[in-house]
Design a protein around this ligand. Structure first.
Ligand code: NAI
Length: 344
């Protein structure tokens, strides 16, 4: 079985080569992203394996279908880059709903600690034999209030980590978890009370720009904002203004609104075209990582194992519990909606 693997990075290959060869799947690795211009590379393959910034629009789907390429295996959870409605009846789309909530939640805490204890500054100083402590004063997390927006798989792990630090945890979720012992409050209360706000909800029309000028105005002076979820949860221009006005004490960003143009690539030696990102990065109290929160050995292995299992399920009898399909009129997995049988 051949699968064309787009947007391949060096860290993808070991796990996919291991699980692929055990299952008899020959992944053909291409560094280029899947687009209408590169889709021809999939000719002769049973399916394509894609990531968050590959384009799986109607044109690509039609070309895949014409070439008799019958599957799109997403090696991630999100599928906003796939026209799932158009894919119905043409190509099967499968994804990896969960791989390691710990990877993302631990990265969120790593960024928070780095930022508030100025570890990123201290690291550079001591590399230069500068052992001065001036300007490195941080604050204790113990006793501080953290507001968690979105208490799903990742948010819940983050809540547990914060409790371990002796923090007071409050949360907002559109669908609060029953019997979780979590102290749910309204969004406005969360903005007003939190010393730290960490975003763990999905990007939807409702959550778009959750952090914007109007909501920043409701926050405490000096609030620390952590975003390991999706960039467009924050209006980056408003964030920058909030930092310049000293309203926002620090920002830890693993995701960025316009990240698709820059993240995952090496732009050192180039002129950074995105002025907002460039300005944010110059701020001493802004920490940016490049959508790295998922990147642990455990997560990579789980992603490869589940993707390979999805491909085997599709090839065996066409029944894959991680298939995304539009038959029920909703962008959700038919299996999670309780549907049984083949999608088409
Ligand atoms: P999940 O689906 O388990 O949890 C999401 C939670 O958000 C649910 O409890 C849901 O009820 C809540 N929610 C939905 N709509 C909401 C709204 N309007 N307001 C507040 N809460 C709302 O998802 P999981 O696995 O915890 O992932 C969370 C997010 O983390 C994902 O959507 C994804 O964007 C991001 N992520 C980032 C990664 C990275 O490498 N930076 C890797 C994996 C996920």
């Amino acid at each position: 079985m051949k699968y064309a693997f787009f947007d391949a990075k060096s860290y993808d290959r070991p796990s996919f080569e291991k699980y692929g060869s055990e299952a008899g799947i020959d992944f053909r690795f291409y560094e280029t992203k899947l687009t209408p211009d590169t889709v021809e590379l999939a000719r002769g393959a049973e399916g394509v394996c894609v990531f968050v910034n590959d384009t799986v629009n109607a044109e690509v789907i039609d070309r895949l279908s014409e070439m008799d390429v019958r599957a799109v295996a997403l090696r991630c959870a999100g599928y906003n880059n796939v026209d799932v409605r158009h894919a119905f009846g043409k190509v099967h789309v499968v994804h990896v709903p969960a791989y390691s909530p710990y990877a993302v939640a631990e990265h969120a805490m790593a960024m928070l600690l780095t930022s508030i204890r100025r570890i990123h500054k201290a690291y550079i100083r001591t590399k230069d034999f500068n052992f001065s402590l001036n300007g490195l004063t941080g604050f204790d997390l113990h006793g501080k209030t953290v507001g968690v927006i979105g208490t799903g798989k990742i948010g819940r792990v983050f809540v547990d980590i914060c409790r371990g630090f002796g923090m007071r945890v409050i949360a907002y979720d559109k669908f609060p978890a029953a019997d979780s012992g979590i102290d749910y409050v309204s969004l406005d209360e969360l903005f007003a009370q939190s010393d730290i706000i960490s975003l763990h909800c999905p990007l939807t029309d409702e959550t778009f720009h959750t952090v914007r000028a109007e909501t920043i105005a409701k926050m405490k002076k000096g609030v620390v904002i952590v975003n390991t979820s999706r960039g467009a949860l924050i209006d980056a221009d408003a964030l920058l203004e909030g930092i310049k006005e000293r309203k926002i004490g620090a920002a830890c960003l693993d995701v960025y609104e316009e990240e698709a143009d820059v993240f995952f690539e090496d732009f050192s030696g180039h002129i950074m075209a995105d002025d907002v990102l460039a300005r944010l990065i110059t701020m001493p109290n802004v920490l940016v990582t490049s959508h790295q929160a998922f990147l642990t050995e455990e997560a990579l292995n789980n992603i490869a194992e589940t993707t390979v299992q999805n491909i085997l399920d599709l090839s065996r009898d066409g029944m894959c519990r991680n298939e995304l399909c539009y038959r029920c009129g909703k962008t959700e997995s038919c299996r999670s909606a309780g549907r049984v049988g083949k999608c088409f």
